[in-house]
Design a protein around this ligand. Structure first.
Ligand SMILES: Cc1cc2nc3c(=O)[nH]c(=O)nc-3n(C[C@H](O)[C@H](O)[C@H](O)COP(=O)(O)OP(=O)(O)OC[C@H]3O[C@@H](n4cnc5c(N)ncnc54)[C@H](O)[C@@H]3O)c2cc1C
Length: 410
């Protein structure tokens, strides 16, 4: 399918990759609409990519070896053990991941978007009107434009998804991720080559070293826990998410939530890790509520979804960005193979719909085991840990599991 006009709504990881896919697929005119201004690259958080998924996406042309990364080899799960500096190790598992800084990953994808793609920042899509020949997008300033195909890469509160499947919104998982990055990487065990999971009743905290974008490193951490009924994040602005809480930006935590989280860390973390979290500057911490998003199809009429707009997997699976890039890769393949819009979009939906649903289910199970119904960590050693971990991966097959789905048949 060659030519035609394509709009991509959202210019983050999924949006840049989708614009690249549309260009490689042969679209005639491509416009990206991104609500944020150029400051997108400032998001400094970490993204982990499984080594094997990285290799597949590198050979597909969506990732490059030049993007700064830090190697991770194993993941150590520990719990507090009195005043022992690093606590007690509950279990250790292989962790063949590459740790990235979100900003560098996005910058590389943005750089790959061809120059003839119009990438417009500071532009919000507010209206979506499908018809038989395409979709009209309305922008916040009242401007309207008709496109042959519209790709929704606009994240978990997607306006494109709402137009495709009204009422299919983000379902709040009931807990939050408190995230931070700290410049203090002193004394990291195994010289920073291990990822660490600090476990406690009702949650866990993942911590690993990421490149800081200027040749050094930062410590990236994410603590998952259920917020207290009073003082949790306030409902977000959208009706598409059933009043679920919205993200809380850096520096915006309420005093109640801040006090609750700091008390939790003080009580349950080994002293080394408590110190690392509690000394993280408040302006580099923020809250992300955890969601599940699942759609009946990845396409409807002349609209398609990629990345978090299509499905959101709880982050315990470590595969959200992988999934977004794989969506784009599948879209490119469908574009190359299809001889009409209908064919392109049907191929794409058939390829990615089942993968998205499988990933959401797997990640939901991991969230249940790692946050909602945590085991008695104090009674666990390596053997019990291994059995517990196997239980969470029951839904995996030879191609799917922790770190994402393989795009290569095995
Ligand atoms: C706590 C946490 C940890 C994670 N860790 C990992 C990990 O280790 N590994 C991994 O692979 N993934 C991880 N992920 C997932 C990963 O961050 C995302 O899945 C991935 O970045 C894909 O994002 P996206 O581009 O689809 O959406 P987003 O990054 O949300 O981008 C959506 C874009 O659309 C724009 N937009 C929204 N609405 C409009 C509109 N109406 N008009 C115009 N523009 C609009 C927004 O401004 C935004 O830039 C994690 C996620 C979370 C929450």
């Amino acid at each position: 399918m060659r030519g035609g006009s394509v709009a991509v709504v959202g210019g983050s990881i999924a949006g840049c990759a989708a614009a690249l896919a549309a260009s490689r697929g042969g679209a005639g005119r491509i416009t990206v609409f991104e609500r944020a201004d150029d400051r997108l690259r400032d998001r400094g958080v970490g993204i982990g990519l499984h080594d094997d998924r990285y290799e597949e996406l590198r050979s597909a042309g969506y990732l490059a070896p030049e993007i700064p990364w830090a190697p991770l080899t194993e993941r150590v799960w520990s719990t507090r053990d009195g005043e022992a500096e690093h606590g007690r190790v509950v279990g250790v598992q292989p962790f063949p991941f590459r740790a990235y800084n979100w900003g560098s990953l996005w910058s590389e994808l943005r750089r790959r978007v061809p120059d003839d793609v119009s990438y417009r920042t500071g532009v919000t899509v507010t209206g979506v009107e499908p018809d038989a020949d395409g979709v009209t997008l309305r922008l916040a300033d009242g401007y309207e434009e008709h496109f042959d195909v519209v790709i929704g890469a606009d994240g978990y509160r997607s306006v494109i998804r709402e137009a495709m499947f009204p009422g299919v919104g983000a379902a709040y998982a009931g807990y939050i991720g408190w995230r931070g990055t700290s410049p203090d990487v002193t004394g990291l065990p195994s010289d920073g080559h291990s990822a660490h999971n600090i476990v406690f009743p009702g949650g866990h905290c993942m911590a690993y070293r990421i490149p800081d974008g200027t040749g050094g490193h930062r410590l990236n951490w994410i603590l998952y826990t259920t917020p207290p009924p009073a003082g949790g994040p306030a409902p977000g602005p959208s009706t598409a998410d059933r009043g679920a809480p919205g993200s809380v930006p850096p520096g915006g935590l309420s005093p109640e939530l801040t006090a609750h989280l700091r008390a939790l860390v003080t009580e349950h973390f080994p002293p080394y890790w408590a110190d690392k979290l509690l000394r993280t500057p408040a302006e580099s911490t923020f809250i992300q509520p955890i969601y599940d998003v699942e759609v009946p199809h990845y396409t409807s009429g002349r609209m398609a979804l990629v990345g978090d707009a299509a499905t959101v997997t709880r982050p315990h699976i470590g595969a959200g960005s992988v999934k977004a890039l794989q969506d784009a890769n599948a879209l490119e393949a469908a574009w190359a193979a299809g001889s009409s819009w209908k064919e392109v979009l049907e191929r794409y939906d058939a390829e990615r719909g089942p993968v998205g649903s499988a990933m959401v289910a797997l990640a939901r199970g991991m969230g249940a085991a790692q946050v909602e119904n945590t085991p008695d960590w104090s009674a666990m050693g390596q053997a019990e840990f291994d059995a517990w971990w196997q239980g969470q991966n029951k839904g995996s097959d030879r191609r799917s599991g922790f770190g994402g789905h393989s795009i290569k048949p095995r």
